[in-house]
Design a protein around this ligand. Structure first.
Ligand code: CA
Length: 281
């Protein structure tokens, strides 16, 4: 598959993350975390970006219009039409802790996690922002809260706390958002690589970006490794499905040693991905 990997003509990021497909407009959003910037690539190749005014870990669509960001210390609304950024819900995080990866479930609850900038163990958490703007802690004591996704039937939630070098799975109740029985789904045993972001396809395959692993791995619903997509740069941060048939995998990367990295790539996945969900609040 490597020969079909393409680099997209957009500015390189310092720490590209959080790809998010907008099927209604055929556009891809992603973020550059330390730059505090939200990027969009339209189907015609046009690129735009917006300044969040603080670090931004993830971007999702908002059902009522615009975008919601998991930013430095809470949730922000961004209007791409005007560039206006406004507070949505503050989290009151401790100094040195910032928001990181996030995604919405099928009911439009926005899950986003945190991490200490110095990656001090246990200072992060996974939070859930409900459509009524209430926030609850789903997983306390995380270190680098990262990839989040759901099985096609919505009954399982996948979760990555990167230093564990595992992808975990939990039972998930789509009606209530309740999680239970967190357990290992897949273990990453590949040198210095740690799992970062993830995406789930329509067959239940789980695609996992490997930071310092230079690849995206696809695990079957049984947790067995099925496929590896190699990237020409080591710090692969996240991936998301998009394109007219949802069979394109978009992959974000971060700058690393040797002045490489930070590019946005795409590749045919050979299987359609599950669409993302907008925040319903
Ligand atoms: Ca990440």
């Amino acid at each position: 598959m490597t020969e079909t990997l393409a680099r997209l003509a957009v500015p390189s990021a310092v720490l590209g993350e959080g790809p998010c497909w907008d099927g209604a407009t055929g556009a891809l959003y992603w973020v550059d975390i330390p730059a505090g910037r939200v990027h969009r690539l339209d189907g015609d190749g046009a690129h735009r970006s917006w300044e969040a005014g603080q670090t931004v870990g993830a971007v999702v669509l908002r059902a009522s219009g615009g975008l919601v960001l998991a930013a430095a210390d809470g949730f922000l609304a961004l209007d791409p039409g005007t560039g206006a950024v406004s507070p949505l819900v503050a989290l009151g995080l401790a100094a040195g802790v910032r928001m990181n990866d996030g995604a919405c479930d099928q009911a439009g609850r926005f899950y986003a996690g945190t991490m200490a900038e110095d990656e001090a163990p246990g200072r992060g958490a996974l939070y859930r922002l409900d459509p009524d703007h209430s926030v609850s802690t789903v997983i306390p004591g995380a270190t680098v809260s990262n990839g989040i996704g759901w099985s096609p039937d919505g009954g399982r939630m996948y979760y990555i706390d990167s230093p564990t070098r595992r992808v975990d799975v939990m039972d998930y109740d789509p009606a209530t958002g309740a999680v239970a029985a967190r357990r290992p789904f897949a273990v990453i045993d590949a040198g210095d690589a740690v799992p970062d972001g993830l995406a789930v396809d329509a067959e239940g395959g789980v695609w996992v970006a490997l930071w310092d692993g230079g690849a995206v791995l696809r695990f079957g619903p049984d947790g067995r490794l099925r496929q590896a997509l190699e990237l020409p740069t080591p710090r692969v941060t996240s991936c998301a499905f998009g394109g007219p048939d949802m069979e394109t995998l978009y992959i974000t990367t971060a700058a690393g040693p040797g002045n490489s990295g930070g590019e946005l790539f795409c590749a045919p996945a050979g299987v359609p991905g599950l669409p993302g969900h907008p925040y319903q609040g």
